[in-house]
Ligand binder design. Structure first.
Ligand code: ADP
Ligand code: MG
Length: 231
């Protein structure tokens, strides 16, 4: 049995519908989708030690089965530069969560490699009641949220179809480089789309998947947030 299907079984057994970010990233990594490095800390001291091992800057994120949108509750801090900031950041996130999600069950604090800036894209999957899993692609931020500039394909998505998806969003010219933005590695995005297609086809328990954002570079790409919701 794959690690992914073992994980899904466990989550269902626990009575949960959504995977923790750590779990979703484990599944992504198994399917060759590049993710940021991370360690799950149980307390402040552990967070400091993990941050030193990973190397600064790092990102801190709350991990809770009850918190799906982490930044909405003040659960994400980026650009943490030293041990002192890890300590204060840890406390700040815990305070925020106490205030905005008082009843949330806390698993720990994710200490995560901070991905450098690049072009943010979104890869998603939803289930069409008739045709099964469909893949979604778009550029991050206003492009998806305001302009709804996204494209869909029913899985399986081949390399050629993935390339087509990328080229048909209106924001496509931005991926080819614009002003001070270097061209984005389209092959890396294609690979992520194809692997995500495999992932959702292999695992029918997945209802929704959301890699938001994936940061794309001139060479390579990195998924900094992954969400998987089960049926
Ligand atoms: P949310 O649950 O709110 O979607 P995210 O994990 O997506 O939380 O974090 C919010 C934002 O913080 C992201 O959209 C991204 O801009 C930034 N971010 C998160 N993790 C990282 C990381 N490892 N490296 C760089 N930026 C990050
Ligand atoms: Mg996100």
């Amino acid at each position: 049995m794959s690690e992914a299907s073992r994980l899904f079984k466990q989550v269902i057994k626990d009575g949960r519908k959504s995977l923790l970010e750590t779990e979703a990233k484990t599944v992504c990594a198994e399917y060759g989708i590049p993710v940021t490095e991370y360690k799950l800390a149980k307390n402040e001291t552990e967070a400091v030690n993990f941050a030193m091992t990973l190397g600064f800057p790092i990102v801190l994120k709350i991990v809770s089965p009850d918190i799906i949108h982490k930044s909405d509750v003040g659960g994400v801090l980026v650009g943490i530069k030293n041990a002192e900031e890890v300590r204060s950041g840890y406390g700040r996130i815990m305070d925020n969560v106490k205030k905005h999600a008082a009843k949330a069950n806390i698993v720990g604090m994710l200490v995560q490699e901070m991905a450098p800036g690049g072009t943010e894209v979104i890869v998603g999957s939803i289930k069409d009641p008739q045709f099964g899993p469909a893949l979604m692609f778009g550029l991050g931020g206003v492009f998806v949220e305001v302009l709804k500039d996204v494209t869909f394909r029913i899985a399986p998505v081949s390399e050629d179809e993935a390339a087509e998806m990328i080229s048909e969003v209106k924001a496509y010219p931005l991926l080819k480089g614009y002003r001070n933005m270097p061209p984005a590695d389209l092959k890396a995005i294609i690979k992520i789309l194809v692997n995500t297609s495999k992932l959702v086809l292999d695992n029918h328990e997945i209802k929704e998947l959301d890699l938001n954002p994936v940061i794309v570079y001139e060479k390579g790409a990195k998924t900094v947030d992954a969400r998987i919701i089960l049926e």
